[in-house]
Design a protein around this ligand. Structure first.
Ligand code: ADP
Ligand code: MG
Length: 249
């Protein structure tokens, strides 16, 4: 379990709806993600997990309802959006590193471009972050010279370089060879231990049990259940959850 979550709501979703054509993918999602809280989201493929994360940083605009980050509504206003995106770090299943840039340049790019941090300061901070994810010895390599697990750790360092207040992870270990999953989960566990607010979509039930403050089960565009892990896993709320947990464990 991470630090006890504070009482401060950081991201608030109210009746968030989203359809692609006639297919309603989010059917009125309402929830609060609090500062310091680690939420693990699980649920079948297609249940809307990625769409919710993408709506939070406006990669996918929602149709109705509202999402606020630190009290400010997520809209298309470009200045607000840029600020919000710098406070919301995102790590995807595919590592998405820039292939023609070194590890160090990948990590310093956003601080230099968006925050106008000097090269020297950006490099110093990047090296500290790379150390934190165990990648300091690879700073001058290119992504193709790294394993998937190493690339994903760099992707986490890159997201942290903007000093986000919350980190969203969308199946960060799903594309990795099994032997690389733990090294990435270890980095995430450390982040949680340091008090980072995190929303993590994952099928790693061990991580959910150990690290999450709450586990949320998505079912066909709705939050079907939301409970602390001990309760969630020991006493599944219904048969769909029970069978999902059974398949994943
Ligand atoms: P999950 O992450 O839980 O697997 P998603 O949020 O990715 O689910 O997707 C939910 C549903 O929305 C799926 O049926 C998916 O095919 C559909 N969907 C997601 N993105 C798009 C899109 N850009 N256009 C059309 N349909 C989409
Ligand atoms: Mg997804």
């Amino acid at each position: 379990m991470s630090h006890a979550a504070s009482a401060n709501p950081y991201i608030v979703c109210k009746d968030v709806r989203k359809a692609f054509g006639s297919h309603e993918v989010l059917k009125g999602v309402s929830t609060v993600f609090r500062t310091g809280e680690v939420t693990v989201i699980i649920g079948a493929s297609g249940s809307g997990k990625s769409t919710l994360l993408r709506a939070i940083n406006r990669l996918e605009p929602h149709d109705s309802g509202s999402i606020t980050i630190d009290g400010v509504e997520v809209t298309d206003d470009p200045r607000t959006l840029q600020l919000q995106r710098s406070e919301v770090g995102m790590v995807f299943q595919q590592f998405n590193l820039f292939g023609h840039m070194t590890v160090l340049d990948n990590v310093t790019l956003a601080p230099r471009r968006i925050r106008h941090t000097s090269r020297r300061e950006a490099n110093d901070k990047a090296m500290a972050l790379l150390k934190r994810v165990g990648m300091q010895d690879h700073a001058h390599k290119y992504p193709w010279q790294l394993s998937g697990g190493q690339q994903q750790r760099v992707a986490i360092a890159r997201a942290l370089a903007m000093a986000p207040k919350v980190m969203l992870f969308d199946e960060p270990t799903s594309a990795l060879d099994p032997e690389m999953v733990q090294e990435v989960l270890d980095v995430m566990r450390e982040l949680a231990r340091g008090g980072m607010t995190m929303i993590v979509v994952t099928h790693e039930m061990g991580f959910a049990r150990e690290v999450a403050d709450r586990v949320m089960f998505f079912d066909q565009g709705c939050i079907a259940h939301d409970a602390p892990p001990a309760e969630f896993f020991s006493n599944p709320a219904n048969d769909r959850i029970r069978s999902f947990i059974g398949r994943m464990s």
